[in-house]
Design a protein around this ligand. Structure first.
Ligand code: FE2
Ligand code: FE2
Length: 278
């Protein structure tokens, strides 16, 4: 099995089929590491890549971020939403085409999870709840990369899910020896994505295992559960994923608050304009 896992990992990371991260993403990471980057500097790096800048602007103007149609330029977006949100959206813009064309239902599920992540983070009293939207959008990215890179194994997983009515992640483990959460870890390392995003993506099924940002993983864990509960899109199977009740404690939510979020989401999901991100 170990040999098989190693060969699958190699195929997952075969760069020729993976979308390349735009230079602007790497450049911003370098600027941030140096610690002396101004909003103007970051904005000019993004604006050099006009098509990327346009995609990011479109996304920040969706209702998810709280300023629908009101953000007119990248600098404004950076000031209002912060560099981490914008960087996450640059990653999202890069993978979006692959995502949307191939897997419409998974994209819907991801947007629903994104919207729920913001609501959970807001109810938990986190400083910048919009930051969590990108975590929700990208939490199942490993499933897309899996389908792109090893289509025949993906077919086997789909068949197993249909035949035995098992959770998608359990089927992945049976066929591949690992789940999309592990694939997320490899992608995050490959693209050098920020740690908080990485932990949310890698540990959205087991938030207690996150070493540095368990609260981010818990937000996405709860949001994923909610998106599935409302059957918004599909994560690959028809089951509601298991909810780890400890995730509620990680973000200081009690059952009453949890129910309030569900009521709120019921209204949000009912209006489809709230679910259009691009
Ligand atoms: Fe997942
Ligand atoms: Fe999911």
């Amino acid at each position: 099995m170990q040999d098989l896992i190693t060969s699958y990992k190699g195929r997952i990371l075969e760069a020729k089929n993976l979308p390349a991260m735009p230079d602007a993403v790497q450049e911003i990471s370098r600027l941030m590491e140096r610690g002396d980057c101004s909003t103007d500097m970051v904005a000019s790096v993004i604006e050099r890549d006009q098509s990327l800048a346009a995609k990011v602007l479109k996304m920040v103007n969706s209702p998810v971020y709280g300023f629908p149609g009101r953000i007119t330029n990248i600098k404004n977006a950076l000031v209002l939403l912060g560099i981490n949100v914008i960087k996450g959206l640059m990653v999202t813009a890069t993978v979006f085409d692959t995502f949307n064309k191939r897997m419409v239902e998974l994209w819907k599920h991801s947007v629903a999870c994104s919207v729920a992540s913001v609501e959970v983070a807001r109810a938990a009293g986190f400083k910048q709840p919009e930051e969590y939207a990108v975590f929700g959008l990208l939490h199942d990215l490993g499933k897309v990369v899996f389908a792109m890179q090893i289509p025949e194994a993906r077919q086997q997983v789909d068949d197993l899910v249909k035949r035995n009515d098992v959770l998608f992640r359990d089927a992945e483990k049976q066929i591949l020896g690992f789940g999309h959460d592990k694939i997320n870890a490899w992608i995050c390392e490959h693209w050098n994505l920020p740690l908080m995003l990485k932990e949310a993506m890698v540990h959205h099924h087991d938030p207690m295992m996150a070493q540095f940002h368990p609260e981010s993983a818990a937000v996405v864990h709860l949001a994923d559960f909610m998106a599935r509960l409302f059957e918004c899109g599909s994560g690959g199977d028809d089951n509601v994923s298991l909810l780890d009740p400890r995730a509620l404690r990680l973000v200081n939510l009690n059952h009453a608050k949890f129910k309030d979020i569900l009521t709120e989401l019921c209204d949000i999901y009912a209006d489809s304009s709230n679910l259009s991100i691009t």
